[in-house]
Design a protein around this ligand. Structure first.
Ligand code: EPU
Length: 414
């Protein structure tokens, strides 16, 4: 429940990146020695990944934001349906399990609210590395009894977790793997940094071509993951949409240049007073700006819904184009219920503003859609009640406590 109309003031600290934590946890399956990870956000998707590791036989010790994984003994090279159905990123264990055990059985994820999201590219990449795969009874079974071998892999389409999955397989493959048209997301770079600390030989992470020279074994390591760029962006928009003055700390501005550019063009005052901190001031006069989602370093699809909430408060028409997922506008009808003027035409949404938002009962359809409704609630007059807000707990750590700490009148009612 949010009582809108309060400008946010003060400071909010960013947590570690969920989408970095997921692959680095999966990477722990690649070694028999313990790996110590810091800054792991205790959000629901992370708990799911920890359960997947435990199912495989790893020992997972959680101490606040430090997680130690000891995968000395892998008993089940498997990701069961009951876990995969709650989180698509479960497919991240496919590459490491085949590389370490020579086989894996991973439930095929179904579609989700934002699109079909197949994993055909992960599987095709593993086949290039010599795995024999088949799909049966809703599971992908992959086998490479004599180990994987290096190969050239060209991704037909840029895929973030596909790149990560293949990178984790390639580090233990015999010979050289070249991944072309690789994702350049900071989370891919973070994963590569951990793998290098574990003894892997990787060049080019963060560019479209990643070269990996396989090694026979990896060892334990310690690694603190990067700050969450999507959480950072969400808080910056919270500062702007509420007309507040907010310092977002513990972030990495380099990772969200596309959003920072958009905010500046929209007239939001934003500066970097010290390294790793961004100050945002909403002065109430916003201009409409178009945005098209793209792979990194383009404008992130994971910030599209939040940006749309902001554009409802801007003067003029904003065209927001979604290029990554086919069905990621589920927040638009809910924002419309709050008074926004949004027209969907295929892959684009046309937001006419500014509109006065008024609090209403709305339903969250997925993680980032939930965040956009929270943002709209901060700007709306009166009370907004968001149903199914549990989606937000998959990726935001204590979002209501963080926002309340900056003055928002927000609380969880159930
Ligand atoms: N795709 C295929 N085949 C594949 C893989 C992907 O056709 O084998 C398509 C997808 O359907 C999609 C496009 O390629 O249309 C890009 O998908 P990608 O594989 O890059 O997405 P992902 O790896 O499943 C990650 C993030 C998402 C984020 C996307 C895009 C993680 C754990 N998840 O998903 O994060 O939206 O990249 O940047 O890293 C979120 O955090 O809310 C979230 C959805």
């Amino acid at each position: 429940m949010i009582q809108g109309g309060v400008p946010l003031q003060g400071e909010i600290a960013v947590s570690g990146a969920k989408n970095s934590a997921l692959p680095v946890l999966a990477a722990c399956l690649l070694t028999a020695e313990p790996v110590v990870l810091d800054r792991i956000p205790p959000v629901r998707d992370i708990a799911t990944m920890e359960k997947l590791l435990e199912h495989a036989g790893a020992r997972v010790t959680v101490d606040g934001e430090r997680v130690t994984v000891d995968a000395g003994d892998i008993r089940h090279a498997e990701a069961p349906y009951n876990l995969v159905k709650t989180m698509r990123a479960s497919s991240l264990v496919l590459g490491p399990l085949v590389a370490r055990c020579g086989r894996a059985r991973v439930s095929v994820p179904g579609g989700c609210a934002i699109g079909a999201r197949p994993i055909n590219l992960h599987v095709a990449g593993l086949e290039r590395l010599g795995a024999v795969t088949r799909q049966e009874h809703g599971y992908i079974e992959a086998e490479a009894p004599h180990g994987l071998h290096g190969a050239e892999v060209y991704f037909d389409r840029i895929t973030v977790t596909g790149t990560e999955d293949l990178l984790m397989a390639a580090v233990l493959a015999q010979g050289e793997t070249i991944i072309r048209n690789a994702a350049r997301e900071p989370e891919v770079v973070d994963l590569a940094e951990l793998l290098i600390k574990m003894g892997a030989n990787i060049e080019g992470a963060g560019t479209p071509v990643i070269r990996v020279k396989g090694v026979s074994k990896l060892h334990g390591a310690a690694h603190a993951i990067i700050p969450d760029r999507i959480e950072t962006g969400t808080f910056l928009i919270a500062g702007a949409i509420s007309g507040g003055d907010l310092l977002v700390t513990g972030c990495q501005p380099e990772h969200l240049r596309a959003l920072l550019g958009k905010l500046a063009n929209a007239g939001v005052e934003i500066c970097e007073p010290t390294a790793g901190a961004l100050r945002v001031r909403g002065n109430g006069l916003l201009k409409s700006i178009d945005a098209t989602t793209e792979e990194h370093p383009g404008f992130a699809t994971d910030l599209q819904a939040q940006f749309m909430a902001l554009m409802t408060q801007a003067e003029g028409s904003s065209i927001i184009k979604e290029n990554i997922f086919e069905n990621r506008f589920m927040h638009a009808p809910e924002l419309t219920r709050m008074g926004a003027n949004i027209r969907i035409e295929g892959r684009q949404a046309i937001v006419a503003g500014p509109t006065r938002l008024s609090g209403a009962q709305v339903i969250a359809s997925d993680l980032r859609a939930s965040a956009s409704l929270v943002l709209a609630g901060l700007a709306a007059q009166g009370e907004t009640l968001i149903d199914r807000v549990y989606h937000i707990d998959r990726g935001y750590y204590q979002i209501e406590a963080k926002l309340a700490g900056a003055g928002a009148r927000i609380r969880r009612t159930a």
